[in-house]
Design a binder for this molecule. Structure first.
Ligand code: TTP
Ligand code: MG
Length: 402
């Protein structure tokens, strides 16, 4: 089962401001260059949607009610929902602030029908939070998420075994996981508009068009096949990277380059685990082995290297330096981890852009390997590192190849 709250931030605002019920409510950054986090379904009718610049939202819907997010409230509701979900499944896999997968296999003995489980969780959420959720129930995660979207808002949709192919057939290809704008365009140019067209095209033609990996994957998804298990969240407390250098660093340029590098590695690891850090700490060990750690709390969680680097650089200034001593080790760690549900910043299109660039880089590296796309800084690094320092060894290898 996949459960996703309806117009989450906006519905909470409508609940807490009853006079806003039934009206177009838009939540997001209201400063210049702010963006929309989400819009109530009333506002969506005017074409307002998540990630739209706020200025455009005001043009589409001048009569809207515009308000800034209250994250503390949303996070509290998110916890309440997780608690409710745990009543319906032993394994809950949260994937964002307002949605989660639940493994409900074996729950049949408690409920007469699948629909009854869906209705039960929806009504407990409604009763306890005064908010509506949409639920999808299906033989696997991919289909369950698809199903929860199909009757939004306040929806419940079941894709039973054996009906996968038939239910998917009329839907647009872009609904499949992994079909972005580029793939969609290629498919449409080849006359493939619906998932049904994909099913008919077959795996070999699709592989010829999109490459064997994507081709096979999309073909399987078009048939509704997905074996990804529901896994309970394992909470990492912190994510970091550090290394001892072969030669102590003395020049600011070298130190700065390491700060950039480690900010980049930590940011990537955070993103891989879909986490943001609210605390960044920097560890520095001098040639004398004297070691200092300094930490800073950020107003918002981040997984962008620019933010982590800025924090690390500020922290570096706070570390007392002895004259003439080189630096033996640098480490950067992100802690107080949260699971982001939205683009890294709601308030600032510059950061929104950084986030998009980062996503493109991550996607390219996922698809073509870590060397596909790198920052210039990775090419200029000259010093070598001690073996045995695992991260660093790997990274310097990559740079050699670069
Ligand atoms: P979603 O579940 O994607 O959207 P939603 O709950 O507002 O609406 P829907 O009924 O379609 O599910 O995201 C959950 C919350 O995450 C959303 O209320 C606000 C936030 N968010 C952002 O801040 N920025 C974004 O770009 C998106 C997509 C969501
Ligand atoms: Mg939602």
């Amino acid at each position: 089962m996949h459960v996703d709250m309806d117009a989450f931030f906006a519905s909470i605002e409508q609940r807490d401001h009853p006079e806003w019920k039934g009206k177009p409510v838009i939540v997001g950054g209201l400063a210049r260059r702010g963006v929309v986090a989400t819009a109530s379904y009333e506002a969506r009718r005017f074409g307002v949607h998540s990630a739209m610049p706020m200025a455009a939202a005001r043009e589409h819907c001048p009569q809207g009610i515009f308000t800034t997010p209250r994250f503390d409230v949303y996070i509290a509701v998110s916890h309440e929902i997780r608690e409710i979900m745990s009543h319906y499944a032993s394994v809950v896999e949260p994937i964002s602030i307002d949605e989660a997968f639940m493994d409900i296999s074996g729950m049949g003995s408690h409920y007469h029908t699948l629909g009854a489980i869906g209705r039960a969780i929806k009504s407990e959420i409604k009763e306890k939070t005064e908010l509506t959720a949409s639920a999808g129930i299906a033989p696997n995660k991919f289909l369950a998420k698809m199903a929860s979207e199909m009757r939004k808002p306040d929806g419940l949709f079941i894709i039973p075994y054996g009906k996968e192919k038939e239910i998917l057939a009329p839907l647009a290809v872009r609904r499949l996981w992994g079909v972005g704008k580029v793939t969609e365009k290629k498919l449409i140019q080849s006359g493939v508009k619906t998932i049904g067209d994909l099913q008919r095209m077959g795996p070999s033609k699709l592989s010829a068009l999109l490459g064997p990996n994507t081709g096979q994957l999309l073909y399987r998804l078009s048939l509704g096949i997905d074996h990804d298990p529901v896994v309970a969240e394992r909470e990492a407390k912190s994510i970091g990277a550090e290394s001892t250098f072969e030669k102590d660093l003395t020049s600011w340029d070298d130190i700065d380059r390491e700060l950039v590098l480690y900010s980049d590695i930590v940011a990537q690891r955070l993103r891989k685990q879909n986490k943001q850090a609210r605390t960044i700490s920097l560890k520095v060990r001098f040639s004398s082995f004297q070691t200092f750690t300094r930490a800073v709390s950020l107003p918002e969680g981040t997984n962008l290297e620019e933010d982590i680097y800025t924090a690390a650089k500020d922290l570096f200034q706070k570390i007392p330096k002895a004259k003439g001593e080189g630096i033996r080790l640098i480490g950067i760690t992100g802690s107080r981890l949260t699971t982001p549900a939205w683009m890294p910043s709601l308030f600032d299109q510059t950061r929104e852009k950084q986030a998009k660039v980062t996503k493109v880089m991550d996607d390219m590296q996922k698809k073509f390997g870590p060397l596909a796309l790198r920052k210039g800084i990775w090419l200029t690094e000259t010093h070598r590192h001690q073996p045995g320092s695992e991260d660093k060894a790997k990274e310097s290898e990559k740079r050699k190849e670069d």
